[in-house]
Design a protein around this ligand. Structure first.
Ligand code: NAD
Length: 276
């Protein structure tokens, strides 16, 4: 199913996005990475995951997702380097800022909305015509198959204090996923096998969380291990992190035939966080 497909994964230079890119590359997908920092390391790790017999490729395209023009350019350039329209889109890029709302900097609020809500909207809008096969060169060789997979968070389903912008963006992404899932059931998409779902992970052991652990350590007497256990077990009773590869595995699963009927839904990977 995944061999020879064309995937764009945002925020794929580290953490969850990198794990997803490696997983899709190892399944024979062509992949485009994007994000900041660690680019050479990320690209070489993904290239090492490619399947030589499949001749699939990995590319890196820089883009600042706070800017609409760069998001649009990212889509165009991704299709250009892969020589086919993107048909697997993983909207993963994101960042956190923890602050009470009365002190929350407005520029950070706007950047969060751009990266975690506007950019996914624009990319989904760009990707769907290619999946439906509206491009002239696809008329003969249609590949009316696609997957849109958004990475929200448990904070797309429930809230925590001092994360109002993040919680708003992630709830927005969950809502957008529901609406697009429904659109994909409309007559225009009758002959198209495309789904849109959102994964909602709990605490995942990545840079995004490490920053929050260091911040908490400033106010406690705990060392890194103690603080990370305290942070995780407040919400996930076993005190164990989700790992990036767990999320990557779910992305792979959503691309398989067994998932053709999973559409418009939120999939928590959260060690019981949302059942409490
Ligand atoms: P990470 O910091 O390792 O990765 C974030 C990625 O987003 C990086 O590649 C970064 O370069 C990219 N990015 C950030 N701002 C960008 C911008 N303006 N333009 C382009 N790229 C930008 O973090 P992660 O934990 O792997 O997070 C990935 C996604 O998973 C995020 O959307 C995050 O909200 C979500 N998430 C993370 C956790 C967690 O506990 N780590 C839990 C639930 C959801």
């Amino acid at each position: 199913r995944l061999s020879g497909q064309y995937a764009l994964i945002t925020g794929s230079t580290s953490g969850i996005g990198l794990a997803v890119a490696k997983r899709l590359a190892s399944r024979g997908c062509n992949v485009v990475l994007t994000g900041y920092g660690n680019v050479d390391k990320a690209l070489s790790e993904v290239k090492a995951s490619l399947v030589p017999e499949q001749k699939n490729q990995a590319h890196y395209i820089p883009a600042d997702l706070t800017k609409d023009s760069e998001v649009l350019k990212l889509y165009d350039e991704s299709c250009k380097v892969m020589k086919r329209p993107v048909n697997i889109l993983v909207n993963n890029a994101g960042f956190q800022h923890v602050s009470p709302i009365h002190e929350f900097p407005l520029d950070i609020y706007h950047n969060m909305m751009h990266v975690m809500l506007d950019a996914p909207f624009i990319l989904i809008k760009c990707v769907l015509p290619g999946i439906i096969g509206l491009f002239f060169f696809q008329k003969k060789k249609k590949h009316k198959w696609g997957r849109i997979i958004n990475i929200a968070s448990t904070h797309g389903l429930v809230a925590s204090p001092n994360k109002s912008a993040y919680v708003a963006a992630k709830h927005g992404l969950v809502g957008m996923t529901k609406s697009i899932g429904l659109e994909l059931c409309q007559p225009l998409f009758k002959q198209v096998n495309c789904t849109c779902n959102v994964i909602c992970p709990g605490w995942v052991e990545t840079e995004l969380v490490q920053k929050q652990i260091y911040e908490r350590m400033k106010k406690s007497n705990r060392n890194y291990e103690q603080e990370s256990f305290a942070l995780v077990s407040e919400k996930m009773p076993k005190g164990e992190f989700v790992q990036p590869h767990h999320v990557a595995h779910m992305v792979d699963h959503l691309c398989q035939e067994a998932s053709d009927v999973i559409n418009g839904t939120s999939i928590p990977i959260d060690g019981c966080w949302t059942v409490l």
